[in-house]
Structure formats: C-alpha cells, structure tokens
Design a protein around this ligand. Structure first.
Ligand SMILES: Cc1cc2nc3c(=O)[nH]c(=O)nc-3n(C[C@H](O)[C@H](O)[C@H](O)COP(=O)(O)O)c2cc1C
Length: 313
C-alpha cells in the first residue's frame, strides 16, 4: 500500500537499450496483435513495451487450412506471417496505436524473404518516428520462403544482421531460432554483426497428425510449437546465451506465471516477453507485474534488475 505523501518506488523500472521501460515485460510478436486487441482485458500501458505482429513489405494472407492445434501444455501454429504490410502499418496501425493512448515503447518485428527485403523494410521502419526499436525475425519456422532459413545458418544470420544494422539507427534486437544445434554460436555471430540485443526463443518446429484422416493436422504440415511445454528448452538457451554474449536478452518461451518470469531473469534475461500464455490468461501481464512488485518487496530488492543472471552466481 502507498503511504500518503510518499511516492511509491518503481522497483520494476528497466533501462533497455537506452530507453526507459516502466517494467521488464513486453508482449511476444504474433501473440498481442497490434497492441489494441486486449484493451478490453487490461490497459496496454501496464506493459513495459509492446512487440507487434511480424510485418512484411507486402500484405500476406498467411497459410491455408488449419493454422492452430492444441498440444499438451502448448500449441502449434502455422499462421504464416499473415499481416497487412508495411504501408498499412505505417499509415493506419501506428497512428491508431498512438491515438489510443498507448505510451509504452513500440517494437516492430520485421520479416523478409531475402536480405534485400529485410533491408527495404528496415529502411521504412527507420522513418517511422513512433517506432522505438526493431526486432529482426530470422527465426519463423512456418513460412516456406525465408524466416528460419536465416536464423539456422550462422553466416546468413550474420549477413542479414549486418545489412539491417547499416540502414537503421534504431536499437536492433535479433530474434533467434531454437531450431539449431548451437544457439550460442548464432547469438555471438549476430552480436558481432551489430545486434544490440537478442530475443529468444521463437517457436520450435513441430507437427501433429489427424489419425482419422491419416494426414497432418496443420495446413502447412509443420508449425511452431510454443507455450508452457517449451519453457525448459527456452530457459536453457537463455542461460547459455547469457554466459557467452555481452548484449542484453529478451527471454521468452512458455512464460505463464510470475515464477516463470523470475526464472528467465535469473537465467539472464533483462526483459521477459509474454506470448502463448496470453491466450489462456489474457490478464497475465497484470498478474506478473503485481507478482514482480511483490517479489521485490518480499526480497528487499530496490529494482528487479538485481536478479538478472542470479542463477549463474
Ligand atoms: C500464433 C503465434 C504467432 C506468432 N507470430 C510471430 C511473428 O509474427 N513473429 C515472431 O517473431 N514470432 C512469432 N511468434 C513466436 C512468439 O513471438 C514467441 O517467440 C514464441 O511463441 C515462444 O513464446 P511463448 O511460448 O511464450 O509463446 C508467434 C507465436 C504464436 C503462438
């Protein structure tokens, strides 16, 4: 409870890439639309920042057929980067976000089929003043033409990071794929090529089969696996990457409680990102924000950032 006349200490305030976030919580791309879709559940300004759905140069319809399948403790999706394209994003969506009163920083997740397209979209985003940071998605597992192909090969991951770095002054977060043998190597390569931060993990490649039809459930055969079931894998990767890079980490993969968020921070994440957890509990950000404040109070922390990397000590 706030004592009269005494300003409550903001123990969650987090400086991330030179920008002040009111707390270390963002939303994961593709799980929070464009910031307004959950406004009936909670004020989006509760969030530290908002990462919007992946944007491409041209509008995309996404994949045909079944796009979502539930799994024990998680889900598969093959949305296939459906989005309205950069023109609509710049001219309509960004304006709507700002006129709705959202003040939390906006991070735009960008995608391309070839390096030139990543460069082109990064140049466009560079000129949108309302956008605070770029998240470079080199890890989408459910589009045939690109995405994960960039994130799985270190030399390609390095080349696309370098090319985008050259055309943007905005902070650049590179989103890593878990579908690799050595995540640490890829993280180091993108760091060397100009990434200001890394976010991990994107979804794991998975599938489901309809035994009556004797066919894959998903229209795209394979899809991205996410949700609580992936958390141990994601946490392990954040832990490994933290040990080996000097740039901050946005940790995600299965976060569905305050305890999960704390684990990610103790593994080394400066920021935590909420994705699939929002689908089963739309007020998760409110619960985690309150939970983190309580954790700070109970553990005598002046700021939540004191626990980042604590599990390595
Ligand atoms: C329906 C859906 C759509 C997604 N779309 C994107 C996307 O457009 N760009 C991206 O980088 N990641 C996308 N992701 C991946 C999430 O941002 C996140 O990295 C992943 O789901 C792991 O976190 P979670 O287990 O908390 O969901 C999507 C995930 C889901 C479930």
């Amino acid at each position: 409870m706030e004592t009269k006349g005494v300003k409550k200490m903001n123990r969650l305030k987090t400086n991330f890439l030179g920008k002040e976030f009111k707390n270390p919580m963002v939303t994961s791309s593709g799980c929070f639309g464009f910031g307004l879709e959950y406004k009936d559940y909670f004020d989006p300004n509760v969030l530290g920042g908002i990462v919007v759905k992946g944007i491409t140069m041209e509008p995309r319809d996404g994949n045909y057929g079944t796009r979502i399948a539930e799994t024990p403790g998680g889900m598969l999706n093959c949305v296939g980067l459906e989005n309205p394209g950069i023109d609509y994003f710049e001219n309509v969506i960004v304006k709507n976000i700002k006129s709705s009163g959202i003040e939390s920083p906006i991070i735009v997740n960008i995608n391309g089929k070839v390096i030139e397209e990543y460069v082109e979209i990064a140049k466009r985003v560079e000129n949108i003043p309302e956008v605070d940071m770029i998240e470079l998605n080199i890890s989408c597992p459910n589009v045939k033409d690109g995405g994960m192909a960039f994130g799985a090969k270190p030399e390609v991951a390095g080349a696309v990071t370098k090319a985008v770095r050259e055309v943007t002054t905005k902070p650049l977060i590179v989103k890593l794929s878990p579908n690799v043998t050595d995540i640490v190597h890829i993280a180091k390569v993108v760091e060397e090529n100009g990434a200001d931060a890394v976010s991990l993990i994107n979804t794991l490649l998975g599938m489901a089969i309809d035994i009556k039809k004797r066919k894959p459930v998903l229209g795209n055969t394979f899809g991205g696996f996410s949700g609580p079931a992936v958390k141990p894998v994601a946490l392990r990767m954040v832990y490994q990457v933290y040990k080996n890079v000097n740039i901050p980490i946005v940790g995600m993969g299965g976060i569905s409680s305050t305890e999960d968020a704390i684990e990610f921070m103790m593994a080394g994440a400066t920021m935590v990102s909420l994705g699939t957890g929002l689908f089963s509990n739309p007020i998760l950000p409110v619960e985690i924000k309150d939970g983190l404040e309580k954790f700070c109070e109970e553990n005598g922390l002046e700021n939540i950032q004191e626990i980042v990397g604590a599990a390595h000590n």
